[in-house]
Design a protein around this ligand. Structure first.
Ligand code: ATP
Ligand code: MG
Length: 429
């Protein structure tokens, strides 16, 4: 026997019951985004490797050790499976001049790839909902993006997500802070782990983003970026906070929130839950005013966030959300050649009338077909034998307790009878 094949480690199949749950989740997401004026965009999953190096930063977890990069064997091009969506979205916005004369509110939903150690809430293929805006520089859009999150959690019935915000200021302000940070970490060199030692002179801010428990104390006591911000940056930050206070959204200022990607400035934020163990951040984002220009476009203010779909779905389940099983309205049972031909016609006709039909395929006795009809959770069985087929009729049988008596109907009257029954039973509920 040949060896069984398995999915790549850290990359999951999403089986039908689970996938149905995802689809409902995605419907909620799309209508929520539409209500804020966001429009979809779809980018390739593979992009040129230099795009991510330039956008995310060479000295980041993602670029240093998490990217699935490879050389296209046919033309030698360096390619990478996207580890996040912002870089590709910005590339597309520049390439198609989407933000040249107008503002844009865009979103996408899809797979991302990072070579991390797989664990609960952390996978090598995972999904993000990415939300990006272009052309707006004030704190209003940052604040609206945060308000959006609060509404989504309410729509999803989640009430255990805490908001943390911070401001990363502007590059010149960060440079002053950087010098203070290096001096501080040098004084405490013996307490630094390997990652931190390596980053001390390349990207010391990244040290604050560490997940190493042994580094928490030294990072908490480090010089705070917020103390280095000038009046303009502080006013922007205050502008965001004012909208949040007006909307009654509680938040915590977390001076160590620096985000794992280099492109952010001013506002950064994360939505964090304590219900998912160590992988508690379900949504994260901020402003990235320099990125469009850095990738070759005209200077364009921008702001965005990404949500981890796997983590959010886990949280919905943790909070008691149940997947609704997908059941057809009708299971169509038939036996005999003439009955089979009529069954196809009846099934299409019912679907024309908006009724979901599972047409039995593969033959078998009436008894075994009826067992399948019962087992699949359908509301009705429609039964056609050659007797019925010869007169253009079918039996309609309720599969629910207390449903209508079984009756024989002309096939042209089936749809109305079924719709009438579905409406009656909806009214009773
Ligand atoms: P973390 O600190 O958990 O590694 P991150 O800062 O690397 O997250 P972002 O790049 O901001 O994550 O991605 C946004 C969101 O995508 C995260 O908040 C999380 O919900 C989700 N996410 C990131 N990496 C993974 C992963 N490997 N598996 C599942 N979800 C992920
Ligand atoms: Mg990460």
């Amino acid at each position: 026997m040949s060896q069984t094949l398995q999915a790549v480690r850290g990359m999951n199949d999403i089986l039908p019951d689970e996938a149905a749950f995802w689809e409902i989740f995605e419907e909620t997401i799309r209508s929520w985004l539409k209500s804020y004026g966001y429009r979809p965009i779809r980018m390739p999953i593979v992009e040129p490797t230099p795009l991510f190096k330039r956008a995310i930063g060479e000295v980041t977890d993602i670029v240093e050790k998490e990217m699935y990069s490879f050389i296209d064997g046919l033309n030698g091009e360096a390619l990478t499976l996207r580890p996040e969506g912002t870089a590709g979205c910005v590339r597309a916005v520049i390439e198609h001049s989407l933000a040249a004369r107008q503002t844009q509110r865009l979103y996408y939903i899809g797979q991302m790839f990072r070579h991390e150690r797989p664990q609960k809430g952390r996978y090598r293929q995972f999904h993000q909902v990415g939300v990006e805006s272009f052309g707006m520089s004030g704190p209003d859009i940052d604040a609206e993006m945060i308000l959006m999150g609060a509404r989504l959690w309410a729509d999803l019935g989640l009430d255990n997500i805490e908001l943390q915000i911070n401001s990363l200021g502007q590059p010149d302000e960060r440079a002053n802070h950087r010098a203070a940070l290096i001096a501080y970490f040098e004084e405490n060199a013996e307490l630094l782990d390997e990652d931190a030692k390596r980053r001390l002179h390349t990207n010391p801010l990244r040290i604050l983003d560490t997940k190493n428990p042994a580094m928490q104390d030294i990072c908490s006591a480090a010089p705070k970026l917020i103390d280095y911000l000038g009046a303009e940056s502080l006013a922007h930050f205050e502008g965001v906070q004012r909208v949040l206070r007006d909307a009654g959204i509680p938040f915590k200022i977390n001076p160590r929130l620096v985000r794992g990607l280099d492109y952010y400035n001013l506002t950064v934020f994360e939505w964090v839950t304590d219900k998912l163990g160590a992988q508690g951040t379900v949504c994260a984002g901020g402003r990235y005013d320099g990125l469009v220009e850095q990738l070759g476009g005209k200077p364009t203010p921008a702001c965005g966030f990404a949500m981890g779909v796997e983590r959010l779905i886990a949280l919905i389940k943790e909070s008691g959300g149940e997947p609704e099983p997908q059941v057809p309205d009708v299971y169509l049972v038939h036996q005999g050649d003439e009955a089979a031909r009529l069954a196809f016609r009846v099934a299409e006709n019912l679907r024309d009338n908006g009724i979901d039909v599972l047409l039995h395929c593969g033959g078998g006795s009436f008894k075994s077909q009826m067992k399948k009809a019962d087992g699949c959770g359908a509301t009705f069985a429609v039964i056609i034998g050659d007797d019925e087929a010869s007169t253009g009729e079918a039996q309609l049988k309720s599969l629910r307790e207390g449903g209508i008596e079984q009756r024989k109907l002309n096939v042209d009257d089936l749809a109305d009878a079924i719709i009438g029954q579905i409406i009656d039973s909806d009214e009773e509920e």
